[in-house]
Structure formats: C-alpha cells, structure tokens
Ligand binder design. Structure first.
Ligand code: FAD
Length: 503
C-alpha cells in the first residue's frame, strides 16, 4: 500500500484476513510427540513473523529453518541515495496495526515519526484538491465540494476497522481459522466475505458516497496504495482507506529490521536457499515433507514435519516451487500480481508540470492522481530517509530532494524529464507488488495439505504488512492446534460471546 503522507481528515492504509483443506486428523502426530523440524519458506514479514509465533507456540526444542532465496525483508526493502536509505517497498504502518507495534516493542526498535507534508490530487492538468494547514478549512472545503460523502465514508471505514480489530482478541485467546473465509466470517460475518467479492465503487455508491468523491478522492488513494482502480474489491478498498491523518508510522532504520529481528528472536536458522520442490513422504504412519533446494554452493534436501509457505504462489514471477506426490487444493494457482514500479529520484521536481512555475510557491509534499488516460504515474512524493535525525527538515521544492514515483510501467527519459527539471540519480525497483485484484476472484486455501500451510492467500483479501502478520499468527496457532488435535480451537463460532464468558 502507500507512500508517506496522508490525506485530508479521512484516508490512508491498513488491515485484514483467509482459508483450509485436508483432514485435520491426519495432521496430528500419531504418538503425541512434538514436531522436531519445521520449515518456513520466505523471510519477508510473513515468514519472519511465522517463525516467531511458531517458536512461541511450539516451544524452544523444535528446529525452525527459514529458507530465503533473496534478501531478508522481501517486499520490505530500502535503497540508498546519497548515504541515506529510503523505503522502496512497504512503507507505512497504521497506528492500529497491533502485531507490527508489538514486534517493534519486543525488538527494542524505534518508531519513526511521520514528517508533516501536504498532499494534493492532480488530474493530469491541474491540482483539483489540496490539503491546507488548517483542518477546519479542509473539512469545510470537503463539505462544500462533496456534501456528506466523506462523513459517510469515515463511518463506514471505522465500522470495518472496529470489527477487524476483533482478530487480536481471538488470537490472544488462541483461536485459529482454517481459511480466510472463516477468519473474515468470524470478524464481520457474511458482510466481510461479500466485501471481498464486490467492487469498492458499488459499495460506496450504495452507501450514498457521490461519484465525484469516488473519482476525485477514493480513486487517487487506490492508485497510490494498490496501483489499481475503484473496481478492486470493497474489502481491500476499505483497508486502503482505513488509515487516518497522523496515524501512520514506520520503523526507524527501515521496516525490514522487524524481519531480521524476529528471525533472531525466534532463534530460527536462516538458510540462503531457493526451495525448488516439496514432496510428501510417508514413513510408517508419519507424514513428512521433503524440501529440495538450491544454495549458492549446491543442492540439498531436508525432511520436515510441518511446512509454511510464506511467499506468493502465483504463476508469473511467483515462488517457482513444484509440488510432488499430492494435489494442491487450487483449480489453478492464484492469478498474477500487479506490477508496481517504485522509482526513487534525487533531483529537482518540475513544479511547472503541476501548475507552479515558481518552485518556491509549490506547497505539496505528495501528489496523488486521478484515473486519467495517458497519465504515466500514480503518485510522486518527497520522501524522508529511514533515519531521521533531530535536525532533519524536508527539502523545499526549489532544492534538490529525494522523490518516490509509483507507476505501472518503468519511466522512460521523457517521463523523467516531465516530472523533474534535472536529477542526479534514479533508482528503479520493479515489484510484483500485490494481487491484481478482481471482484470475482475467490480466496486461496490456507491448508494445502495436512501439515503444509500457505500464508499469502490472505493477500487476496488485502495485502499489507499487518495482514501478513495476522496470517502468520493464525498459521502458527492453526499448525499447533492441528498437531495437537485441538479441534475446539479452530473455526469456532460466536467467538465474541465465548471470549466474554471465558474471562
Ligand atoms: C511498492 C509497495 C508498497 C507497499 N506499501 C505498503 C505500505 O505502505 N504498508 C503496508 O502495510 N504494506 C505495503 N505493501 C505491501 C507489503 O509490502 C506486503 O504485503 C508485505 O511486505 C508482504 O510480506 P510477505 O512476507 O507476506 O511477502 P514477501 O515480502 O514477498 O516475502 C516473500 C519472501 O519469500 C522469498 N521466496 C520466494 N520464493 C522463494 C523460494 N522458492 N525459496 C526461498 N525463498 C523464496 C522471497 O524472496 C521473499 O523474500 C507495499 C508493497 C509494495 C510492493
């Protein structure tokens, strides 16, 4: 989801949810012994958090191996410009993302304050909406321009957030869910599941939000957070809108520090290796999985009792893992991920392009865009380094600064010349960023085989650091309960009521 900054009294990023298959009885170990080896594939926030929660639930004895073919952090990564590091992937975290908060606290990391900066919406020709210094004036303008729309929207998002927050209670009480659908259902009933299947624009129009507000405010937020339009499902749309001004933070030193910190705290073995295949192996009554992998020095294979896949499995640019000896519970692999190009430019912004010939009069730190044919970028924002010193101030538009541009395709020279008067450096990261959402898409399974779990199915409900963290906790609990045949801790109904009576 998003770049730094936020918008108006309402929006920005965060939340939410997932699935199962197989016979839970088969998962249980026959003699009641604990598992001896668990593998996690992927050391992004999802895999690192899974290793941490597995250690919490299974105790100190079990061996936890984490396979990573690239860098620890995955889609949390930084690039260096002029001796400073900047987030190029997942950047901002919402105040109510309680797992991320807890990780930062336990790891002794620091919050990075968000630097104030104004936001504007550009339609390809002019700025059509801008944030001012004065909250009441912004409120008044929104009211004037869009009527009651933004209040309705705010109430809708708050209600969804409130329901979503139930997950933390359920997880604290040890409850797990065998599918994304079950999880969503326990939080928000069929309403939440429906939200993963209908376009955001339909839900908002039904709510009484005006088309103009959708075009001028909602669409730009979807473009910056998910690179897509208002036909994405309402659930991920709500996640994208759920943040609010001043509620966003990041990790001092870079968000990826959470991943390396969690792996260390979990006492996990990090293997620099690409997993190529997984096959099921039956020895007597015990079921195990054989992972075959390639390291920088050769090939290897190992047997595990439990395996968690913490990487997207889509066909194009996915994990590349082959499954042998058992069928997967997908008709086909979940479809492709959206390409988002993050271009970090050190240079002088061409403020004339936005209607401000004199850069000294350009008041914005970030520019979102409406859905406009031929517009080659989704957003451009002045960004702050991951370490902000006490004396730090954001560069003025007349000075050379560091900017992040999100676009669906790499920028060519003429694009760069349009956005920048001149520049010193350009660094490009092409991300397989998040699912290419479509409202008829189902949610992939969490349980692929009795002791084989898939974390990133959650992203089809919504993709965000906290979503992967919620999925990590769910899978660690699920794997634990399956192993110990605790069926009364999985997919329980009426949890709000049960939890009250447990207390
Ligand atoms: C540009 C961009 C901006 C974003 N902004 C935000 C934001 O502001 N806030 C937010 O909350 N979220 C944001 N997100 C989303 C967020 O980054 C992701 O949801 C989250 O990081 C996913 O973490 P993960 O661990 O589930 O997956 P990943 O980070 O993708 O981790 C998977 C790991 O598995 C490894 N792997 C894959 N296959 C194999 C294999 N066969 N063998 C071994 N290792 C393998 C990969 O190398 C990778 O490291 C953004 C994403 C992008 C791309």
């Amino acid at each position: 989801a998003a770049m730094g900054g936020s918008l108006l009294p309402v929006f920005a990023v965060v939340l939410s949810a997932w699935l199962v298959v197989g016979d839970p009885e088969e998962a249980a170990h026959v003699d009641g012994a604990p598992p001896s080896k668990i593998a996690v594939v992927g050391a992004g926030i999802g895999g690192s958090a899974t290793a941490h929660f597995l250690r919490q639930h299974f105790g100190p004895e079990v061996q936890v191996d984490v396979f990573e073919k690239g860098e620890v952090g995955g889609r949390l990564a930084t690039v260096t410009v002029n001796h400073n590091d900047y987030e190029s992937g997942g950047a901002i975290i919402h105040a109510l993302n309680l797992h991320m908060q807890e990780f930062v606290k336990q790891l002794g990391l620091k919050y990075r304050r968000s630097m104030a900066g104004k936001m504007a919406v550009f339609n390809g020709e002019e700025v059509i909406l801008e944030e001012t210094d004065w909250y009441l004036l912004d409120l008044f303008r929104l009211w004037w321009r869009y009527g009651i729309s933004f209040i309705r929207l705010q109430m809708w998002v708050e209600e969804i957030m409130e329901k979503f927050m139930r997950i933390y209670k359920y997880q604290a009480h040890g409850y797990a869910f065998s599918s994304v659908e079950q999880l969503l259902d326990s939080l928000g009933g069929s309403g939440f599941i429906n939200m993963t299947q209908r376009p955001l624009s339909d839900s908002l129009l039904e709510l009484g939000v005006s088309q103009r507000f959708i075009d001028e405010v909602i669409a730009p937020v979807m473009r910056v957070n998910y690179g897509q339009n208002v036909s994405i499902p309402a659930f991920v749309g709500a996640v994208s809108l759920a943040g609010a001004q001043n509620n966003l933070w990041a990790v001092e030193g870079g968000n990826k520090l959470v991943c390396s910190g969690l792996l260390k705290m979990a006492n996990a073995n990090l293997l620099q290796a690409q997993v190529n295949s997984i096959s099921s192996v039956h020895s007597g009554e015990a079921l195990q999985y054989q992972l075959s992998f390639t390291t920088p020095t050769g090939k290897g294979s190992e047997l595990y009792d439990i395996v968690v896949l913490a990487t997207p499995l889509q066909t194009d640019g996915g994990s590349g893992i082959q499954f042998q000896g058992f069928p997967l519970p997908f008709d086909q692999l979940p479809s492709d991920y959206h390409k988002t190009v993050a271009t970090i430019v050190h240079g002088y912004l061409n403020t004339s392009f936005f209607g401000f010939p004199d850069p000294r009069l350009f008041p914005y730190a970030s520019i979102l865009t409406t859905e406009t044919p031929d517009l080659f970028f989704n957003s451009v924002a002045s960004v702050c380094p991951v370490n902000i010193s006490a004396g730090f101030r954001r560069k003025q538009p007349q000075e050379a600064g560091v900017y992040k541009v999100f676009s669906p395709q790499p920028l060519d020279k003429s694009h760069l010349k349009t956005l920048f008067r001149s520049y010193y450096s350009v660094q490009v990261t092409e991300w397989q960023s998040y699912p290419r959402y479509c409202s008829s898409q189902g949610l992939p399974s969490v349980e692929l085989h009795p002791n084989l779990y898939y974390l990133n199915g959650i992203e089809w409900a919504a993709s965000a650091m906290e979503m992967s963290s919620v999925a990590a906790k769910n899978i660690a609990l699920l794997a634990y309960h399956r192993w110990n045949r605790q069926t009364d801790m999985v997919d329980q109904k009426d949890l709000m009521h049960r939890i009250k009576t447990e207390l």
